[in-house]
Design a binder for this molecule. Structure first.
Ligand SMILES: Nc1ncnc2c1ncn2[C@@H]1O[C@H](COP(=O)(O)OP(=O)(O)O)[C@@H](O)[C@H]1O
Ligand SMILES: Nc1ccn([C@@H]2O[C@H](COP(=O)(O)OP(=O)(O)O)[C@@H](O)[C@H]2O)c(=O)n1
Length: 436
C-alpha cells in the first residue's frame, strides 16, 4: 500500500526535495540516488545533527481533503511535538513543472521522547500520508520509507544527493487555482467540492448565483485603494467618498461578513476561493453602482492575489514569482477598475498607526507585525500585479495631504480616459440593498 502510494507521485528519482531549513536563505534541495554521495557542509547542517530525522508528505487526489489534511498535520505538529523537535516546511516537486508539488514537513527530533514516532505512526495509517526516515552512515545519508516496526515491504535505500536550486521556487508551482484563481469557475468549483464539510459554502455560492452577469459600459470611474493594514485605506476611502460624492464598496462585500471567520480558519485553497468569489460579488455591485456615481473600493483583486501569493511563497522576497509572470495577471472575467492606488508607509509609521488604533488584528496581520519578510512579499506582489498595475502613493503625510494627492491622481487619470467626475447633483438615486 505504502509503496503504491509513493509511486502515484510519479517517479521518485525524478523528484527534487526542498526543505525550508532557514527562511532567510535558499531551501536545501536534494534528489535521491542509489549511489552514495558525500554531503556538502550546507546539507550536513540538516542531516548531520544528532537526532531522528523524518519527512512526511501529503498526497491524495482530492484537493480539498489534501489541503485540510496538510493543515491538520501542521497544527498537530505545532501543538504536540516537544521543544527539542524542529519542524521545517518541505516539499517534493518536478523542477519547473506546474502542479507537481507534494507538500509536507521535515522533522528533526533531538528529544529522548517517542512523541514524534507516536504521531507519525498515527498519521501513517492515513492512506494520504507517506513518511520517510533518514539515516546517517559516515558522510552519507539515505532515505527510506518509514515504518514503526521496520517492516516496510520492498523498502529501498535511496542516498541523499544535493541538487541545484530550481529556477522557480517550488512554492510558486502550485499557485494557480490553489492560492490564486484566474476565473470565477475555478473558485466556484472549490466551494462546490466543500459543501459537505463546510455547509456555509452553499450559502456563499447562492449569494454568487444571485449576482447577475455584469458588464460595465461607460459609467463613472472606479478607483481601488489598496495597501497593508493600517496604511490609511479606511481614512482615505471615507474622505474620497465625501469629496467625490462617490459610492464606497469593499471586497469582501458586507454580505459575506457572516462567513468570513469560518473561511479564515480553512486552509489556503478554500480560504482563497472564498475571497476570490467575494471579488465577483463586489464586481456585480460595482457594475450597478458605477452607473450612477463614481465608485471607491476598499481592497479588491490586488489584495486577494498579493496576500495569497505572499502566504504561499516560502522564505525570501526573491522566491516570489518573477516580475511579468502570468501569476500576476488580472483575471479575464473580473470587472477591471479604472485606477488602483497602493498606499505605502514606512514599517515604523505603520506600526505606530497599528498601535494607535489598538484594535484586534487578524492572525495574518499580527503575523505581518512580527514577520517583516511576509510584509515585504505582500508589498512586492502588489507592485508586480499587471493589467491594471497599481500606482504607488506615499501615505505618510497628513490625511488631508494624502487626500489631495489622490484627488489629483484621480482627476489626471479621468481626464485621460475622458471620464467625468460628477458634481453633487449628478448622483442618481441608489438601490439601498447594495450599498456597503
Ligand atoms: N495620513 C495619515 N496620517 C496619520 N495617521 C493616519 C493617516 N491615515 C490614517 N491614519 C491613522 O492610522 C490608523 C489606521 O488607518 P486606517 O484608515 O484605519 O487604515 P486601514 O483601513 O488601511 O487599515 C488610524 O488610527 C488612522 O486614524
Ligand atoms: N479583496 C480581499 C480583501 C481581503 N483579503 C484577505 O483579507 C485580509 C485583510 O483583510 P482585513 O479586513 O484584515 O483588512 P483591513 O481592511 O482591516 O486592512 C488579507 O489578509 C487577505 O488575505 C482578500 O484576500 N481579498
Amino acid at each position: 500500500m505504502l509503496k503504491r502510494a509513493m509511486f502515484r507521485w510519479g517517479q521518485l528519482c525524478s523528484r527534487v526535495f526542498a526543505v525550508e531549513f532557514d527562511l532567510r536563505t535558499e531551501p536545501l534541495y536534494f534528489t535521491l540516488s542509489s549511489n552514495t554521495q558525500v554531503l556538502p557542509h550546507t546539507h550536513q547542517q540538516l542531516f548531520g545533527d544528532e537526532g531522528k530525522l523524518f519527512s512526511l508528505h501529503v498526497h491524495c487526489d482530492n484537493r480539498t481533503e489534501k489541503a485540510r489534511t496538510h493543515a491538520e498535520i501542521k497544527h498537530k505538529l505545532s501543538v504536540t511535538l516537544s521543544r527539542d523537535c524542529d519542524v521545517f516546511e518541505a516539499s517534493s516537486f518536478i523542477p519547473d513543472v506546474k502542479n507537481s508539488v507534494v507538500k509536507g514537513f521535515f522533522i528533526r527530533d533531538k528529544s529522548t521522547t517517542t512523541l514524534s514516532e507516536d504521531m507519525l505512526k498515527t498519521l501513517q495509517q492515513s492512506k494520504s500520508v507517506c513518511v520517510f526516515s533518514y539515516k546517517r552512515e559516515g558522510q552519507y545519508c539515505w532515505q527510506e520509507l518509514w515504518s514503526p516496526v521496520n517492516q516496510v515491504e520492498e523498502s529501498v535505500r535511496q542516498y541523499i544527493t544535493p541538487a541545484a536550486a530550481a529556477e522557480h521556487h517550488p512554492s510558486t508551482l502550485n499557485i494557480r487555482n490553489s492560492d490564486v484563481f484566474y476565473c470565477m469557475k475555478e473558485a466556484y468549483e472549490v466551494l462546490q467540492e466543500c459543501t459537505d464539510i463546510i455547509p456555509e459554502s452553499k450559502e456563499v455560492l447562492k449569494l454568487v448565483d444571485e449576482q447577475l452577469e455584469t458588464s460595465r459600459g461607460d459609467g463613472f470611474p472606479v478607483v481601488v485603494i489598496e495597501g497593508l493594514d493600517a496604511t490609511g485605506k479606511t481614512t482615505l476611502t471615507e474622505a474620497l467618498r465625501e469629496s467625490l460624492n462617490a459610492t464606497l464598496l469593499k471586497s469582501p462585500p458586507q454580505c459575506l461578513a457572516p462567513f468570513r471567520q469560518r473561511f479564515d480558519s480553512e486552509p489556503p485553497l478554500i480560504r482563497r476561493a472564498f475571497y476570490a468569489l467575494g471579488n465577483y460579488i463586489t464586481a456585480a455591485h460595482i457594475g450597478k453602482e458605477s452607473l450612477r456615481a463614481p465608485v471607491i473600493l476598499d481592497r479588491y483583486w490586488h489584495s486577494t492575489a498579493a496576500y495569497a501569493i505572499a502566504t504561499a511563497v516560502g522564505g525570501r522576497v526573491e522566491n516570489l514569482p518573477k516580475p511579468g509572470s502570468e501569476l500576476y495577471q488580472w483575471p479575464e472575467d473580473l470587472l477591471k477598475p479604472n485606477l488602483v492606488l497602493l498606499l505605502t508607509v514606512s514599517p515604523e509609521e505603520r506600526l505606530r498607526r497599528l498601535r494607535g488604533r489598538g484594535q484586534d488584528k487578524t492572525v495574518e496581520e499580527a503575523e505581518l507585525e512580527i514577520n517583516q519578510l511576509f510584509r515585504l512579499k505582500v508589498e512586492e506582489a502588489y507592485k508586480r500585479i499587471q493589467n491594471p498595475a497599481c500606482i504607488i502613493v506615499d501615505a505618510s503625510p497628513s490625511p488631508q495631504k494624502v487626500l489631495q494627492q489622490v484627488l489629483h491622481l484621480i482627476r489626471n487619470k479621468m481626464s485621460l480616459v475622458n471620464n467625468q467626475l460628477p458634481t453633487q447633483q449628478d448622483k442618481k438615486p441608489c438601490n439601498p440593498s447594495i450599498h456597503h
